[in-house]
Design a protein around this ligand. Structure first.
Ligand code: ARG
Length: 460
């Protein structure tokens, strides 16, 4: 049994099992800074509006500041038996400053308080992740600049398709990350409304200055409807979705890195600092980082599912179910931060095996489309040209030849329009350089892509 601030209504104390089950401090303690900043802004406003005395307001602000300092230095420890971070801070405040501490919660409910804390937290963490993503874009772009001319096979269905460059491939991921940044910006926009003043659900009779609180805390607006304001977790789900998308992109790249590291591909070499060994097989160099990123993607998806499901049956307004929003959100945030912090330097230090890429690109009739295009450009309808080259490839497979190795006589026996310049047309460097369409793999086009991205990022 224990005593709670809300014990007045209930007879006797709550059961120990209920306290344990109900308590959220074991995970919501991470909100302590946001909780204290929010309370300080609220107290200043209560003082300004003469709802409490300015002396009490100052005492509260200073008392909260000392709690913040002590929590940061470790001089004050979180009480694991507290119900949640909000109750913990409030009771610690009252212990430190007495009477005045009991006035902090005037015109406020934990329902609008927790909504505020969570919004502050999401804005801060999502902005931190955006910074990491910008760094990742810079790393991908820098690497791409070094490989404008590094030819590698492009695949569809994991079958060799057409030649591209390593730069083009890396920039594809830079574009994904750029969109991720935009999505995170939008998450911050959706989160940028201040909920204090919503009270428990029906606002309050006190003349609170909501705008003043919003300004102090850096919010662009205040929430428009008190019932919605205390029970809206869309911004949490938006964050979980945007973070899932980040993980999905990181996971795709991880999958490629894992493939590229294999003995069969050998397209890249990981720095030893970003690889691991085996406890039994002495020859192993494993891409654990990439595998873990791929594996942890499941957590992000699971968290999104958790949140959507948790919210779907909740009537207005606050219900305790919503306490379950935190672990899912926190886990998605820490998973993405951790994944990026390992993945960015891994990609940065990864070495392209350009010879191997080029070798792989020369197999699998990667220039067959260009061969067909050669005839088409001489007036042969594409479908007809396609059939001619199809037959040619069939023959090449039987004779174990590449398109470059086929004699001009053979070419001409298939179509009279083939001339000596066919070899130029199917030369891989030419195949890539001539794909100079906007968004294409030609070095010139990729350079433009890189410059545009760098401009949008303000990168040197
Ligand atoms: N720990 C609670 C949560 O995370 C804070 C809000 C509690 N409000 C209430 N009326 N019980 O949702």
């Amino acid at each position: 049994e224990s005593n709670k601030v809300w014990q007045g209504r209930l007879s006797g104390g709550s059961a120990k099992e209920v306290d344990v089950f109900n308590s959220s401090i074991s995970f919501d303690y991470v909100l302590f800074e946001e909780d204290i900043q929010g309370s300080q802004a609220h107290a200043r406003m209560l003082g300004k509006q003469a709802i409490i005395s300015t002396e009490d307001a100052s005492l509260i602000v200073e008392g909260l500041e000392s709690i913040l300092m002590d929590l940061k230095t470790g001089a004050l420890l979180f009480d694991p038996t507290a119900e949640d971070i909000h109750m913990f801070v409030e009771s610690e405040l009252t212990e430190r400053i007495g009477e005045a501490g009991k006035r902090l919660h005037t015109g406020r409910s934990r329902n609008d308080q927790v909504a505020l804390d969570l919004r502050l937290y999401v804005k801060k963490k999502i902005t931190e992740i955006s910074q990491q993503l910008l760094e990742f874009e810079a790393v991908l772009t820098r690497k791409a600049e070094q490989h404008l001319y590094t030819i590698m096979p492009g695949y569809t269905h994991m079958q060799i398709a057409q030649p591209v460059t390593f730069a083009h491939h890396l920039m594809a991921y830079a574009q994904m990350i750029k969109r991720d940044c935009k999505r995170l910006e939008e998450v911050v926009e959706h989160t940028d409304a201040m909920p204090l003043g919503n009270g428990a659900l029906a606002g309050t009779t006190y003349p609170l200055d909501r705008q003043y609180v919003a300004e102090q805390l850096g919010f662009g607006s205040v929430t428009a409807n008190s019932l919605d304001g205390v029970s809206d977790r869309d911004f949490v789900i938006d964050a979980a979705y945007a973070l899932s998308m980040v993980m999905m992109h990181l996971s795709r790249l991880s999958e490629e890195v894992i493939t590229w590291c294999s003995q069969e591909f050998k397209f890249v070499k990981l720095d030893d600092a970003f690889a691991t060994g085996s406890s039994i097989m002495p020859q192993k160099k494993n891409p654990d980082v990439a595998e873990l990123v791929r594996g942890k993607t499941g957590r992000a998806y699971g968290n999104l599912q958790t949140l959507l499901t948790m919210m779907k049956g909740i009537p207005l307004a606050y219900n305790k179910d919503m306490q379950e929003d935190k672990e899912a959100l926190f886990d998605s945030i820490s998973t993405v931060k951790l994944a990026l912090s390992a993945m960015i330097p891994m990609i940065d230090t990864m070495e392209a095996q350009t010879g191997r890429m080029r070798e792989a690109a020369s197999k699998g009739f990667i220039n067959a489309t260009d061969c067909a295009d050669y005839l088409t450009k001489k007036g042969v309808p594409f479908r007809e040209a396609y059939n001619v080259i199809g037959t040619l490839v069939q023959t090449c497979i039987e004779t174990d030849q590449t398109l470059e190795e086929v004699s001009l006589e053979t070419y001409q026996s298939l179509h009279e329009l083939f001339e000596e310049d066919i070899y130029e047309a199917i030369d891989l460097e030419n195949c890539v350089t001539k794909r100079n369409i906007e968004g294409g793999p030609a070095p010139e086009a990729v350079k433009k892509q890189i410059d545009q991205l760098k401009n949008s990022l303000d990168l040197p």
